[in-house]
Design a protein around this ligand. Structure first.
Ligand code: FRU
Length: 494
């Protein structure tokens, strides 16, 4: 039975969607149907299609009482909206259906687990969140909340841990048939921890272990965990709040963190080995992965960040888009990301310029656009006298530009959208330390109307940023201080 709240949302989104023209949205990145979007949720493959749900407030382009929006795709690039899947319509989730995940049950039903939020007057006199984990079961369109909800609550967390910060369950089914889930939480030290739970049937859950502890090393609360095995190691992804910077690796505010290590299933213990940021740009958060039928681990993230989400005004008809789905791999303990290979099918109008030797500013025949897949290979033009700086500028006209610049002597790659049209005093630049020797660097740059994603050295580093520059600004130019030689291979994406 759909509730009145959900029926209203479904009716509203269907009408409001029609007010947004196709060209006013990204082309192959999923954007919110109408209103506000944050985290990806319930990323799964079900009945021959990928399902992606998302944190959703349909009525306004600002965060508010959370629903789950819903879309499906066959190739992770062309999306079709389905009716909103969840609305905050029960006593345990009246203040929001927060982030969660999905698995497919042996009987063919789709199982969602999400965080129910209900504000309550608590024993200490505070009126605040109580967060619990809840289930909904459905057929890919309609979902029924489980009558025994919530399935995990304050009695299932370690002594002294927070029941106000207990959210974002990510479930998976293990090879042994059992279900597991990881949930973000906060121990008494105010830091973050990831709790591990186990279930034989997907409905009855038991606390297993504290999988990982932040101990105030990487920000405070850890949101949106994901945990999976990849290339012979285990990978834990989390989105820490309240980070302090560390060199060029971690920046202030809401960040992203990837740890690799060993997992002992019997005890539920994870031993950390490496840590790194997931994305080194400005707009990426709350990543979630899916395992594709052909065995690829594909990650998608919210292509925005809490610290910069006022880049767009809440008067806009939509705010919120997902990143490109990225194929993950781990090499020597490092996470690599590359655009899903399905994107190659969208490439057309190839333009190639090989061995372009230049200094100063140039533009090249056929190199422009806002729906672009472009590969740049850079090398020094004069090995005795290494160039100072290289830059590629895009979404460019007389008034606007966003740029990517590289200083080989420091090995720093910077994304800068200061001149993209923004009227807000928020972060518009970010620098990343990349691997480069003697001025050699490889970049793959993907533009989709309102975003840029840069894959450096075959996915070793990724930088993501959004920009709302008017679409007429479609120029691309190159700049070198010193002598640079580059190969350019560019496609339009259609
Ligand atoms: C992360 C987050 C999650 C929460 C959701 C609420 O971006 O804060 O922890 O479930 O957003 O919309």
């Amino acid at each position: 039975m759909t509730s009145q709240t959900l029926r209203e949302a479904r009716k509203y989104e269907e009408a409001a969607e029609k007010m947004i023209k196709k060209e006013e949205r990204p082309d192959f990145h999923l954007s919110v149907r109408t209103g506000w979007m944050n985290d990806p949720n319930g990323f799964s493959y079900y009945k021959g299609e990928y399902h992606l749900f998302y944190q959703y407030y349909p009525y306004e382009a600002k965060w508010n009482s959370m629903h789950w929006g819903h879309a499906v795709s066959k190739d992770l690039l062309h999306w079709e909206y389905l009716p909103a899947a969840l609305a905050p319509d029960e006593s345990y989730d009246k203040d929001g259906c927060f982030s969660g995940s999905a698995v497919v049950l042996p009987d063919g039903r789709h199982l969602l687990m999400y965080t129910g939020v209900a504000k309550e007057h608590q024993a200490n006199g505070v009126f605040g969140d109580v967060q619990t984990q809840c289930l909904a079961v459905g057929d890919g369109v309609d979902y029924e909340k489980y009558e025994m909800n919530p399935v995990l609550d304050a009695k299932d967390i370690p002594e002294g841990s927070s029941k106000a910060d207990f959210r974002d369950p990510k479930m998976w089914q293990d090879r042994d048939g059992a279900y597991y889930c990881v949930v973000g939480n906060r121990p008494a030290d105010g830091s973050g921890q990831i709790l591990l739970y186990k279930s034989e049937n997907g409905f009855e859950w038991k606390f297993k272990n504290i999988l990982a502890e932040n101990k105030n090393r990487f920000g405070k609360m850890w949101e949106c965990p994901d945990f999976f095995e990849l290339d012979g190691t285990w990978v834990l992804l989390v989105s820490p709040q309240d980070m302090r910077p560390k060199g060029y690796e971690y920046h202030n505010g809401n960040g992203t963190l990837c740890m690799t290590g060993d997992f002992e299933k019997e005890t539920g213990a994870f031993t950390e080995k490496t840590n790194q940021s997931i994305d080194y740009g400005i707009d990426f958060y709350a990543a979630q992965t899916v395992l594709t039928p052909d065995g690829r681990r594909v990650m998608i993230g919210w292509m925005q960040n809490w610290d910069t989400c006022n880049l767009r005004s809440p008067e806009a008809p939509w705010v919120g888009q997902m990143s490109l789905p990225r194929e993950l791999s781990v090499k020597n303990g490092r996470l690599y990301q590359n655009p899903i290979r399905e994107l190659n099918e969208m490439r057309c109008n190839q333009v190639v310029h090989m061995d372009v030797a230049f200094s100063g500013t140039i533009s090249l025949d056929g190199i422009k656009g806002r729906l672009v897949d472009m590969e740049l290979t850079l090398r020094p033009g004069d090995e005795q006298n290494l160039y100072q700086k290289f830059a590629v500028r895009f979404a460019q006209n007389e008034e606007y530009q966003t740029s990517l610049s590289f200083r080989p002597r420091e090995s720093i790659l910077k994304v800068d959208r200061k001149f993209s049209g923004s009227r807000r005093a928020i972060i518009h630049q970010r620098r990343s330390l990349v691997n480069s020797t003697d001025g050699n660097l490889k970049l793959r740059i993907i533009l989709d109307r309102f975003s840029v994603e840069v894959f450096v050295n075959d996915g070793e580093h990724v930088l993501t940023a959004i920009m709302y520059t008017e679409q007429e600004a479609d120029g691309i130019s190159f700049y070198a201080d010193g002598d640079v030689v580059m190969d350019v291979v560019k496609y339009d994406l259609m």
